[in-house]
Write a protein that binds this ligand. Structure first.
Ligand code: HEM
Length: 157
């Protein structure tokens, strides 16, 4: 297998790890909306860190390997300034920005749950049920799907 094929394989593994993290987050967001007590929510916050290295490492590697692929060009002679590659980089930046906002939203909920102060239970459950987090998560997944479509169909190439 040549250098380009190796880089493409690693790029795909990194993309899969981002997908795995997004699936896990989506399950947590979905089940979080159905929790009825603070105790029930603890499992969500214990499972969530599993996705952190997947999304952190995956998003960094997918960009680095994507840039290496585009510079190398491979058999189809891709260029870094091809429209689909630039669209990919813009969508990647958007994915990071919205993903980080989603993470910040749920980290704040987790901190509130751990503080255990008066009224924390009601507030935590209300925030898990509010549409804000679910919509942010949906937007992140939507951008990921757009990225995938951009990679597969390579518009204007
Ligand atoms: C989460 C983000 C990303 C995902 C899910 C993703 C996914 C994919 C997939 C599935 C392919 C294989 C497409 C095919 O061969 O038909 C691919 C290839 C490629 N990606 Fe990405 N990618 C992502 C980010 C990026 C970024 C940010 C760049 C640009 C810097 C990039 C550059 C490339 C290049 C140059 C190829 C090689 C195309 C080929 O040889 O067919 N990717 N990517």
């Amino acid at each position: 297998m040549d250098f380009y094929r190796w880089m493409l394989s690693f790029h795909l593994i990194a993309a899969f790890s981002v997908a795995a993290a997004l699936v896990l987050y989506s399950v947590l967001v979905f089940s979080g909306r159905r929790k009825k007590t603070l105790d029930e929510t603890r499992l969500l916050f214990r499972v969530a860190p599993v996705a952190t290295p997947l999304i952190g490492g995956g998003t960094a590697l997918v960009l680095i390997l994507g840039v290496i692929l585009a510079i190398n060009g491979g058999p189809q002679d891709f260029k870094l300034w091809n429209a689909w590659v630039i669209i990919g980089i813009v969508l990647w930046a958007l994915l990071g920005a919205i993903g980080q906002r989603t993470g910040a939203y749920y980290t704040a909920v987790q901190e509130l749950a751990e503080s255990g102060g008066e009224g924390a239970e009601q507030e935590v459950l209300a925030r898990l049920r509010a549409p804000t987090g679910a919509l942010l998560n949906l937007a992140t997944v939507g951008i990921f799907v757009l990225l995938l479509l951009d990679m597969i169909f390579k518009p204007w190439h």
